[in-house]
Write a protein that binds this ligand. Structure first.
Ligand SMILES: Cc1ncc(COP(=O)(O)O)c(C=O)c1O
Length: 462
């Protein structure tokens, strides 16, 4: 074993980042030499670093586990794939193959789903900004539309007049299910009576008809009982609507929010300890349905789970490009992927493994990304042995929200590959180059390099 010389440094003496549950940081970093069965070395040699790697097997397995948890407890369950969580075409296509509808929240996502060939009756349109033209296209396309605010009702009524037809819609609710933070900015509030006022307003308009209810109580919900309370309130409200207007609820859409096996910053426990099993969530939802539905009525249950489906399928490989000691003695590493690619690092602590065994004493270290910004920190307290340039970190779980919220800031976004169930590696998004950045830019002729020089010399000649 080769031992590297390290210049001595004075360090504070402490026994690791213990917490009150005695969960000390591990003395040795985990080593992952392969992702989805493909060697990290081979992946980087072929596709470069940094590199996002998705596992088709993990994605399908995760989807089926969640689907089966609900489908074995309730006869009519449909999944809506939340595009915003990850709208890489290949990821969406896999989930559509598994039977998921497309859950969309913007015109851009709508365009993406249509370009992927998703028919209107397989689309759920949510979100607070639905441009009029897209809304009209969605109505013509028989999309499930869940209304967010009053102005949308006016738009839909105008579309109804234009098309000469009554339009069936869903209503998005926000409600108190006993958890914080309370997501109250979307849809209409249930407890204050606002939602019922809106139902009356819709009925009086005579142009729309409510056929379903939607709500999304938040994300990374660690309390299954919150879903039970959500479903109870939604079902009861459905019956109130039926009594008032004669409209029977065809679907109850509970949104997403199931946690992935990730770790929120500040939580002591590992995901396996902290997070309830998916069956507990399915049980809470389906028990509440059976307890509150009248005999003979089983509206469609729609689940829009995002992060729980895709997070574990995604891994990021990144390479150490610089090592340093900070003035307080802390060891620091600069890697080629930072918050530009890992937007979720602001909230989550990732599982970070090394691509090789490294000898030496572990010490608390910081991992910085390549951004020329102080906030670009991938992990601020990780126990690492002395690493040299070229060592790679294998970071998971990063499949949710990173490939949609990533920033094109001072760096090109890298390759994204999919390891298929057959064990092949497919490029699903190519690394960017300058042409991607400049394709939409225009340089006015008077600012062209030569034009600038001429006017400079002519000024000099005056
Ligand atoms: C309406 C709606 N459905 C589903 C989701 C997916 O949520 P999650 O990734 O927490 O499952 C979101 C996320 O914000 C959402 O707004």
């Amino acid at each position: 074993m080769q031992i590297q010389y390290q210049k001595p440094a004075i360090q504070k003496l402490h026994s690791g980042l213990m917490n009150k549950f005695a969960g000390a940081i591990p003395p040795q970093r985990r080593v992952k030499t392969a992702v989805a069965g493909i060697s990290v070395d081979d992946l980087v040699t072929q596709f470069g670093s940094p590199l996002f790697v998705y596992s088709e097997r993990t994605l399908r397995r995760q989807f089926r586990t969640i689907r089966n948890a609900f489908a074995t407890r309730y006869p009519d369950v449909t999944f809506g794939w939340s595009y915003k969580t990850n709208y890489l075409k290949a990821i969406c296509a896999i989930l559509h193959q598994e039977g998921a509808m497309a859950e969309l929240v913007s015109k851009m996502e709508y365009d993406k789903a249509k370009a992927l060939g998703i028919p209107g009756n397989q689309i759920i349109f949510n979100g607070p900004h639905k441009p009029f033209e897209t809304l009209e296209a969605a109505v013509k396309d028989s999309v499930i539309i869940n209304i967010d605010h009053l102005d949308e009702i006016e738009d839909l009524e105008a579309i109804s007049t234009r098309l000469g037809q009554v339009i069936s819609v869903g209503l998005r609710l926000n409600l108190d299910v006993g958890i914080q933070p309370r997501w109250s900015r979307f849809g209409f509030n249930l407890e204050s009576g606002q939602a019922m006022d809106v139902i009356r307003r819709i009925q009086n308009g005579g142009k729309l008809r409510v056929r379903g209810l939607h709500s999304h109580i938040g994300t990374f919900i660690t309390e299954p009982a919150a879903y039970g309370r959500q479903v109870e309130k939604m079902v009861k409200f459905g019956y109130e609507i039926e009594a008032a207007c004669g409209w029977r609820m065809e679907y109850i859409d509970i949104g997403g929010g199931l946690p992935s096996r990730s770790r929120l910053k500040g939580s002591y426990h590992a995901a396996e300890v902290l997070l309830p099993h998916i069956d507990e969530y399915a049980e809470a939802v389906c028990d509440a349905l059976w307890a509150n539905l009248k005999p003979g009525l089983t509206p469609k249950l729609i689940v829009e789970s995002g992060r729980a489906v895709v997070d574990e399928a995604g891994t990021l490989i990144t390479t150490v490009c610089g090592t340093k000691r900070l003035p307080d003695g802390t060891r620091a590493y600069v890697v080629d992927a930072g918050v530009n690619l890992l937007f979720t690092s602001f909230w989550y602590r990732f599982d970070i493994a090394l691509d090789r065994h490294v000898a030496g004493v572990c010490e608390p270290s910081v991992i910085y990304g390549p951004m020329c910004m102080n906030i670009d920190v991938v992990d601020e307290a990780i126990s690492l042995p002395p690493l040299s340039r070229g060592t790679r970190f294998v970071i998971s779980t990063v499949g949710a929200y990173n490939n949609t919220q990533w920033l094109q800031f001072i760096e090109y976004r890298p390759n994204v590959v999919l390891v298929t169930e057959a064990g092949n590696v497919e490029l699903i998004r190519a690394a960017e180059d300058l042409s991607d950045l400049e394709r939409r830019e225009y340089l006015p002729p008077f600012l062209a390099p030569n034009a600038g020089l001429q006017s400079f010399s002519s000024t000099q000649g005056d």
